[in-house]
Design a protein around this ligand. Structure first.
Ligand code: SAH
Length: 434
C-alpha cells in the first residue's frame, strides 16, 4: 500500500515553522522545522496530519506521482459528484445553519440542539449528512488520512466502567517488547507504506519514560508521524516524548459531564483530564480528542456540550465513537446509541468546526459494519487501521466484537483503500487547504 501521495514543498516560512506543499496544483499548509527536517523549497516530502514527515528522493517521488496523476483527478471528480447538495431542498433549520457557516459565524448551542432534536426522519438525516459531506469537501477537497494503530499493551491501572481492559476485568494480558513494537512498525512502513503510526495502550506504567522515549525515537526514525495514545502521564513525560519525536497525541476527555466522568472513571477527574489535554496542545502536539457517544442517561444537550468542549480544546482531529457495552464490565447491560446518533455527532461537529479532521472509529464500525462508509459521507475524513499483531489484537478487548478483529491487516488495508477509492478520496495530506 502506498496510502500517501508525495507533495512538493513550494514555500517555507521559517518565522513560524510552516510551509506550503503542492499536490498536482492543490496547495496545503503544513508544519515543519526546515532545519531539523533538513528540507528546502523544491524537495519532495510526505506530510501527515498537517505535519511534514520526511523527505523523499526526487526520482522515487516522480515515479510514484506518475502513477497517481490520472487517478488523482478521477478521484476528485468522483468526490465532487458525491458531495453535491440541492440547496432548494434543505429543511429551514439546516438551511439557516448552512448560511451561518458560509458567513463563518459560530453556531449557538440552541442551533446545534435543534439539529439533534429536530432532524429524525430518514430524509432529514440524509440531508443533514449531505450538507456535512459537502462542507467537508469544500474545506478539505478529497484528502483522506489513514493511520496505522499498534495496541502495544492491554495492562491498565484504571477501572473505567465502560472499558474492557479495566484492571478488575479478568482477561489475558500482554505487553509487547520494544523490539516487537519496532518490528511491527517497521513492517507497517516498509511493507504497507504507512506514514503515520499510532501507539496506544492502557495506562501501563511498566513502560516508563525511558522506554517510551526509546520506542518513540526508533519509530520516528522510520520516517513516520508518531502519534501517541498512552493516557494519563505527567506534563513532563509528554514534553520529553515530544522532544523525542512524537508529534501527535490522542486523548479523549470521554464526556463533558463531570458527574458522569467521576462515576465512570473512579479515581480520576474531568478537570485533571482536561488540564492534561490542554497541556498536550500547548506543548505543540497535533491533538486528537473527543468523547464516547451514548453513556447511560446521556441527553442531546450533553452531546452538544461534548462537541463544544472538543471544539474549545482546539483539536486538529475529532475522535468519537459509540459506547459498545462490554460483558463483565459495569456497563455490560447499557444500551448502545443508534448509528444515527453518532453520524449526527459527526455531521454537527463538521458544522461547528468546518476545517476539522474527523476520524471514523472502529467502535462505530463495530456498531454497524456499513457505518464507515456512511460516516465518510457525513463529514468524516480520516481513519485508522489496526496493525496490532493478530494474537495481541484479540486481547486488546476494550469492547466486545471489535471490527477488523478477525481479519488480517492486509485485508483491512485493502477494504479501506477500496472504500476510499469508491468515494473518490485521495491520500493527499489533510493540512489546511489554501
Ligand atoms: N489509555 C489511553 C487509551 C484508552 S483506549 C487513554 O486513556 O487515552 C482508547 C479509547 O477507547 C478510550 O479513550 C475510550 O474512549 C474508548 N473505549 C473504551 N471502552 C469503550 C467501549 N466500551 N466502547 C466504546 N469505546 C470505548
Amino acid at each position: 500500500m502506498c496510502y500517501a501521495i508525495p507533495a512538493k514543498l513550494i514555500e517555507i516560512n521559517a518565522s513560524n515553522n510552516t510551509g506550503v506543499v503542492d499536490y498536482f496544483g492543490e496547495k496545503r499548509n503544513i508544519l515543519l522545522d526546515a532545519e531539523e527536517d533538513g528540507v528546502k523549497v523544491g524537495d519532495y516530502v510526505y506530510a501527515q496530519g498537517g505535519i511534514l514527515v520526511r523527505k523523499i528522493e526526487p526520482q522515487e517521488a516522480e515515479e510514484i506521482l506518475k502513477s497517481w496523476r490520472e487517478v488523482f483527478f478521477e478521484l476528485k471528480k468522483t468526490d465532487e459528484a458525491l458531495s453535491k447538495i440541492d440547496q432548494d431542498k434543505l429543511p429551514p433549520n439546516v438551511l439557516s445553519v448552512l448560511q451561518k457557516i458560509n458567513l463563518r459565524k459560530s453556531l449557538k448551542k440552541e442551533e446545534m440542539l435543534s439539529l439533534f432534536d429536530g432532524l429524525n426522519t430518514k430524509n432529514e438525516l440524509k440531508v443533514l449528512y449531505e450538507v456535512a459531506n459537502n462542507l467537508r469537501q469544500r474545506e478539505h477537497g478529497n484528502a483522506s488520512c489513514v493511520h496505522g494503530i499498534i495496541e502495544f499493551s492491554n495492562y491498565c491501572h484504571n477501572s473505567c466502567h465502560y472499558c474492557g481492559i479495566r484492571c478488575e476485568r479478568d482477561i489475558p494480558r500482554y505487553r509487547m517488547s520494544v523490539e516487537e513494537i519496532l518490528a511491527v512498525a517497521k513492517h507497517a512502513v516498509d511493507q504497507y507504506g504507512f506514514k503515520a503510526i499510532v501507539l496506544q495502550s492502557g495506562e501501563d506504567s511498566y513502560y516508563d519514560e525511558k522506554m517510551l522515549t526509546t520506542i518513540v525515537k526508533e519509530v520516528k526514525r522510520l520516517g513516520v508521524l508518531v502519534f501517541i495514545s498512552i493516557g494519563d502521564r505527567s506534563k513532563e513525560v509528554y514534553e520529553n516524548l515530544y522532544k523525542a519525536g512524537a508529534k501527535a497525541a490522542l486523548m479523549r476527555f470521554e464526556t463533558s459531564n463531570a458527574e458522569t466522568f467521576a462515576k465512570l472513571r473512579p479515581g480520576t477527574t474531568l478537570e485533571k483530564r482536561i488540564e492534561l489535554i490542554k497541556q498536550i496542545k500547548n506543548i505543540g502536539y497535533v491533538l486528537a480528542t473527543g468523547f464516547i457517544v451514548g453513556f447511560p442517561g446521556e441527553t442531546n444537550s450533553d452531546l452538544v456540550n461534548n462537541i463544544l468542549l472538543a471544539r474549545y480544546l482546539g483539536p486538529d482531529m475529532y475522535s468519537f465513537g459509540p459506547l459498545i457495552p462490554t460483558h463483565n464490565t459495569p456497563l455490560a447491560n447499557a444500551n448502545p446509541p443508534t448509528k444515527d446518533q453518532v453520524l449526527k455527532a459527526i455531521a454537527i461537529s463538521r458544522f461547528v468546526d468546518s476545517n476539522s479532521n474527523i476520524l471514523v472509529t472502529s467502535a462505530l464500525e463495530t456498531l454497524d459494519r456499513n457505518a464507515k462508509r456512511e460516516a465518510l459521507l457525513a463529514g468524516a475524513n480520516s481513519m485508522m487501521i489496526n496493525i496490532t499483531p493478530e494474537n495481541y489484537k484479540k486481547m486488546y478487548a476494550i469492547y466486545d466484537n471489535r471490527s477488523q478483529i478477525d481479519e488480517s491487516c492486509e485485508k483491512s488495508i485493502k477494504d479501506t483503500v477500496d472504500l476510499l477509492y469508491s468515494l473518490g478520496r485521495a491520500p493527499t495530506d489533510i493540512g489546511k487547504i489554501l
